[in-house]
Structure formats: C-alpha cells, structure tokens
Design a protein around this ligand. Structure first.
Ligand SMILES: [Zn+2]
Length: 141
C-alpha cells in the first residue's frame, strides 16, 4: 500500500500544462481537500454517525467515502478540487450549448430585442442576448 512510485497518473487525460497534485498514483493518492472536507455521515446500513473513511474508486470514480464501522459505500469522491469541478462543469455546459441550435424561446427573445442576426447555436444566442441586455442596462441607467 506504500507503492508511491507507480507512475499511473489518473489525470493523464488532462491537457498539457495542467498539473495535478494527486497525479503520482491512482486511487492511493487522495487529495487533501477531499479527506478534510468529509462531513460526518450517518451510515444507512449500520446507523453509525462518523467521519467516513476513504475507500477505492471504481470506473470513472476517483475514490469512495465509506462507513468506518461496517465499510458500506456512502458516496463517490472526485479527484478534482471544487474549483476544477466548477471549471469542468462550465466547460461542458458551454460545449453542450454550442452543439445545439438556438431554442425557439431564444429566437423569440432576440426578435423582441430587435435582433435579427442569424444564430448558429444556443451558445451564440445566449451570448448575444446577454450582451444586448447588458448594453441596455448600462445605457439606460
Ligand atoms: Zn456502517
């Protein structure tokens, strides 16, 4: 369990330039923020209320929180910091918006705002609507 030298960086899918402090091993390396942020949890199996212990991950899951008494699974733990999670979520959201055509409601909104420029995606429509509304707020008040 002390094999810290196994070069199996979990974050190998990350782009170049990004660093991971937990990148020196697989599930053995649990980030400090994860272990320190675990709140006391009631175990649904045995009823003990205690700070969970870190268990192995599975598939896409970095690690698991487990009952210290009976070892029951409580929840999955991410290998990313909360900031990284938020950034990845926002990036995925933008990607999803960019892959969809603008919605009828967005087109109605743009029309009501007096914008007739063609929109290629939900993302461009969203950005345009925000820009128009922001310009109006800034200009009138
Ligand atoms: Zn338990």
């Amino acid at each position: 369990m002390t094999a810290r030298s196994t070069p199996a960086p979990r974050g190998s899918a990350l782009e170049a330039g990004q660093t991971r402090r937990a990148g020196d091993a697989g599930n053995d390396a649990i980030p400090e923020y994860t272990t320190s942020a675990l709140p006391e949890t009631a175990c649904p199996r045995c009823g003990v209320i205690d700070t969970p212990v870190i268990g192995p991950g599975s598939g896409p899951h970095h690690a698991s929180a487990r009952c210290p008494q009976c070892g029951a699974w409580l929840r999955w733990l991410s290998g990313y910091t909360p900031q990284e999670q938020a950034a990845r979520r926002e990036q995925a959201r933008q990607g999803a918006l960019a892959s969809r055509p603008p919605s009828v409601r967005q087109l109605d909104c743009l029309s009501a705002l007096g914008c007739s420029a063609p929109m290629s995606s939900m993302l461009s429509a969203s950005i345009t609507i925000s820009a128009i509304l922001q310009a109006r707020r800034g200009g009138e008040r």
